[in-house]
Design a protein around this ligand. Structure first.
Ligand SMILES: Nc1ncnc2c1ncn2[C@@H]1O[C@H](COP(=O)(O)OP(=O)(O)OP(=O)(O)O)[C@@H](O)[C@H]1O
Ligand SMILES: [Mg+2]
Length: 425
């Protein structure tokens, strides 16, 4: 039978064309929708799983080129996939390139070895340790803001206007009565003993002022005589080393109490702010385990304020979460804490997504604008491999660890029943 119409042009012979080979750079031009341009500037991260070429990252360069709207990075992935290892590699490799790193709170104590390996500063806080930080070391108006944040955290609510005034007056009185730097203990004493003249200036009585400051005094007392005594209630015993390549605040001895962590991080963030403003140059601020902090309104309000300063001071933040639904734990939709937390996430132009559980796919794909293929990939990503969404391009990258890094970054030692280097068995 003879074919008619369009079928006449059909041939059943196999198509014999020689295979065409070209470099990934050439193919990127020929198939721009399949292959994105390589990222080859900045610190080495690992290999691009599709092209095999090296993958490098430098948010400051990309920001300078107008490809990123901010230098911040969101890093999400289920436990044990290598999020911290990636953050640590970015940190130490950036230090080699002359940058500095701050880790304002390390609840697991896993950054200490990293800081020690590169000659950084580790400040360990915890009951029984000699280190004390005076959060009121911050200059000027920072003191009252910080006190208000600490009082809000210990009371678990916002302050009333009369309480704010009582705190302000107590701080002024405490500063007048002390020759050295004012401490939280001085403020608690002043709250409990308001001066009648200062009260009269505000058209109130010492009795009313005492009443206004009662709950504040109880809240702050926790840091003087309660479970947090000895950490923040005296002059600082250490100074932030502005020249250190990395500064880590090790909070692993504080235990699992979230509000102790919040208070320590609030104090640390005040310290850090002074260092960030005083220092110059490009710096990373890494919030490993950020999912533990998102529900703490006073703290994330401070983080939000700090992030606003970030660009002006050359700072890139890294926020590490397990999944986007960590936000649900932050607060209900529309609540202030939730809105600020979502704002912090939205302020991360670079998103690195490690393996996700299948129940998370719809939410993460919607929130981060992933294609169907990218979405399907997320449940299959092996350890150390992530989907990088940088400047509207997607890359699947396997993070390469140097053996020296691997031995310092190892967090699986306990799982394997071995003792990490430097720890007494
Ligand atoms: N790219 C990699 N190549 C080889 N090993 C890796 C890689 N990334 C991480 N690891 C190893 O996997 C283990 C877990 O990594 P890591 O602690 O970074 O995971 P994580 O995602 O931060 O986990 P968690 O959510 O519990 O904090 C570590 O011992 C680390 O050395
Ligand atoms: Mg980790």
């Amino acid at each position: 039978m003879t074919a008619t119409g369009r079928a006449r042009w059909r041939t059943w012979l196999p198509l014999r064309l020689p295979a065409h080979r070209a470099s990934s750079a050439t193919l990127a031009g020929a198939y721009p929708f399949l292959t994105t341009a390589p990222l080859d500037r900045g610190v080495y991260v690992g290999v691009d799983a599709f092209t095999g070429s090296p993958f490098c990252f430098d948010p400051w360069t990309l920001y300078g080129q107008g490809l990123l709207t901010n230098p911040n990075v969101l890093l999400v992935g289920v436990i044990g996939q290598g999020k911290s290892a990636l953050a640590k590699s970015l940190a130490v490799r950036s230090i080699a390139a002359g940058r500095r790193v701050y880790v304002p709170g390390d609840p697991k104590g896993e950054w200490t070895a990293v800081a020690e390996a590169v000659g950084g500063q580790v400040i360990s806080l915890g009951p029984g340790l000699a280190t004390r930080l005076n959060p009121l070391d911050v200059p000027g108006a920072g003191q009252i803001q910080l006190l208000a944040t600490l009082a809000e955290t210990t009371l678990g609510r916002g302050l009333r206007a009369a309480e704010h005034t009582a705190l302000d007056v107590a701080l002024t009185a405490a500063a007048r009565n002390t020759s050295g730097s004012v401490t939280i203990s001085d403020v608690v004493t002043a709250l409990s003993d308001p001066h009648p003249d200062a009260a009269a200036d505000d058209a109130t009585t010492a009795g009313e002022r005492l009443q206004d400051g009662r709950e504040l005094a109880h809240g702050l007392r926790r840091m003087v005589k309660g479970d947090l005594a000895g950490l923040f209630d005296g002059p600082s015993t250490v100074a932030l080393d502005a020249g250190a390549p990395i500064v880590v605040l090790d909070l692993s001895r504080l235990g699992t109490q979230d509000d102790a962590l919040a208070i320590a991080m609030t104090c640390a963030s005040a310290w850090l702010e002074a260092a960030l403003v005083a220092g110059a140059g490009q710096r990373w601020v890494i919030y490993d385990e950020a999912w533990r902090l998102l529900h703490l309104l006073p703290l994330i309000r401070r983080m939000q304020a700090q992030w606003k300063l970030s660009r002006a001071y050359g700072i890139a933040n890294i926020l590490v979460l397990h999944r986007l639904s960590d936000l649900d734990a932050a607060g209900a939709h529309g609540s202030q804490v939730r809105t600020i937390a979502e704002g912090l996430l939205a302020d991360c132009s670079t998103r690195v997504i490690y393996r996700q559980e299948s129940d998370q796919l719809t939410a993460i794909a919607g929130a981060l604008g992933l294609t169907g293929t990218e979405r399907d990939l997320l449940t299959a990503l092996p350890k150390g491999t992530g989907l990088w969404k940088v400047a509207d391009c997607a890359h699947v990258v396997h993070h390469r660890l140097h053996p020296d890094e691997a031995s310092v970054f190892d967090t699986d030692t306990a799982m394997r029943g071995q003792t990490p280097a430097g720890v007494e068995p």
